[in-house]
Design a protein around this ligand. Sequence first.
Ligand SMILES: [Cu+2]
Length: 200
Amino acid sequence: MRALLAAASILALLTACSPEDPASGEARPDASGAASGDHDAMDHAAMDHEGAGDATGMGASAAADLLTGPQSVTVEADGQSAMFAGTWIRTPPQGRDVAAGYLVVRTQNPDAIVEVTSPDAERVELHTMTMDDNVMRMRRIDRLETGPEPVRLAPGSDHLMIFGLSESARTNAAARLTLTFESGLVAEELVFPIEDAMPE
Ligand SMILES: [Cu+2]
């Protein structure tokens, strides 16, 4: 029964997603994933791949520029500091509350993001994307390594998956995300504007 419901919801998602997403053909539903109950991985695969082409839009130097720009946020703790910039969440399709979030992050010392929470969402997961038989697939990861080299979460690549984005966040066009690092560093309630496309 559960599998049946999952399959039904995926069909609904794909149907809802296709009209406004010309790139739908690039990410096919994963039949084997449905059998294993991995429907979360597909739920958003059906909606996030539209941005896959954006991934080449910014090089490492541009990412570094963002971190030294006026919009960057620095959080410090014992023996560690982290810088954040370029935070944004893609506006979910009409009637949906699942959205992908992006940012550039750098930590002074090697570290990893291990948990993300939000007062504006039911839950947030760390996701990555891989090519598998020429099909983009998403899967959840437990940690996202960071270090002195800027790490960029971007469409078509690693991202934050936000489930149950609140109505008030959508009304305010911003959500607050709290990122916890393995070192114990916590970045409290970073502001992620909700945008239709990657901000300039
Ligand atoms: Cu995802």
